[in-house]
Ligand binder design. Sequence first.
Ligand SMILES: [Fe+2]
Length: 438
Amino acid sequence: MDVSKVFEFPIKQFNPQPRALIGPGAWELAGPEAAAMGLKHVLLVTSGLRGTGIVDEVKRNLEDAGVAVTVYDKVESNPKDYNCMDAYKLFTEQQCDGFISVGGGSSHDTAKGARIVAAHDGRNINEFQGLNKSEKLESPPHIAINTTNGTGSETTPGYVITDLSSPDAPHKWVGFDRAAITTLAINDPLLMMTQPIQFIGFTGFDTLAHASECYVSRVEHLSATPLALRAVTLVAENLREAYANPRNYEAMANMCWAQYTAAQAFSSGFLGILHSLSHAVCAYYDIHHGLNNGVGIARVWAYNVPAATRKFADIARAMGVDTTGMSNVRAADAAIDEVIRLTKDVGIPDNFASVQPYPRSRIGQGWYAKRPTEIKSDDTELQKMAQHMMDDVCTPGNARTLSLEDAYEILRDCVYDPMACKTAAGYGYFTERQVGAR
Ligand SMILES: [Fe+2]
């Protein structure tokens, strides 16, 4: 029987999680853990985390445990194919036997990519995009020390790389690969408190994107969705305070759990077109993944509401909205109002055209050096980005089936229009309301 004609995702997959250490001071266990794994010489992969001193402290911690360290600190935001290949080259030249990634998703994803390249004797990383594309499942051990309240890459099978060298370039692709799962994930709220304030808002919206996309996904993985909804609540209750007061440990510790549990959820429950949108915009403009998600989230929720109205009503309640007496449709609208309010409270701009400069360790090289800093996509570029969205591995699991025309309209709205609660059956034909209006 061909069940695929009836069910889109008839067989669910549970992806195992790596062992994890979570809590204040957890990063100091990296050295002893690496030594216990038998590692002698690791490649420390990072963007540098300028001004924090974290990289030097982790290096010393490893050396004190008898593990030699070579540092690759040239990881870019939205890691590029050349970051993976350069890290692999250094790993091989220095005869390393394991990876330590320190930072956010860019550092972990670069190390994951370099491991996959190492497992396949130096083949180009762009050959491994898609679901479980590794032919060899054994790769060097990897400890991921996460310093952001977003990503989840320290614990998921996912990694995202920007192809700047093949005929498909620029193309930001997702590898969702059981061979990419790390050996040990370390989440330390104290490290997360060292982030630039803007990043706390941006990465918080990556977490909310992971949680909400997994919750409304058509995959409907029932051991993932309760975790996803819990992560929505943790973000709604803690992101403002973590952003507004960098010394609020409790708020950041709760965001640490939010990002970790949201990632556990989407490891099996998958994502949706908010991530497809974010990948497309990053491919053309190389801006922060979480910032993209913050700009796009209200638009994508509005687009998805007709296909998952009850689930968005659940999200409203999870965010603390009193939905007593509301229909599911009204409650779903309230969720959109609530998320727009949160974007405004944590520094997410109204649209891509109003993105302001923010701290970043490295600017993308090559193709990006010639790109405008302002986002002003014309019709041709919007069409290309819309096609990029359609082709993304996250699109099939989205709550609502995406058309090329709708992808174009959502992107155009994100680039130019004010963020507002929009309701109607079809995107592009919405009646706009101001935030808070009922
Ligand atoms: Fe993400």
